[in-house]
Design a protein. Sequence first.
Length: 83
Amino acid sequence: MPINVRMPAFASDMGAVNIVKWMFNEGDDIKAGDVLAQVSSGGNTGEIKAAADGTLERIVVPEGANGLKVRDLVAVLAIKTEA
């Protein structure tokens, strides 16, 4: 089951956000709470964290991308489900 990863609001005065670095590659297994990416906005820095265990299925926004807004889609996780 896929889950969309969206840009969170990590500061009250956030403007455009930049993806500084992806910490995982597509296809990597992740755990809930893992830091997926480091982001910055107007001198503020933050992290995008995984909401569940799964696989980083697709990175939608590449490293170095500028001008993102809160709630923009940045990645897709494939969630592992118990059989």
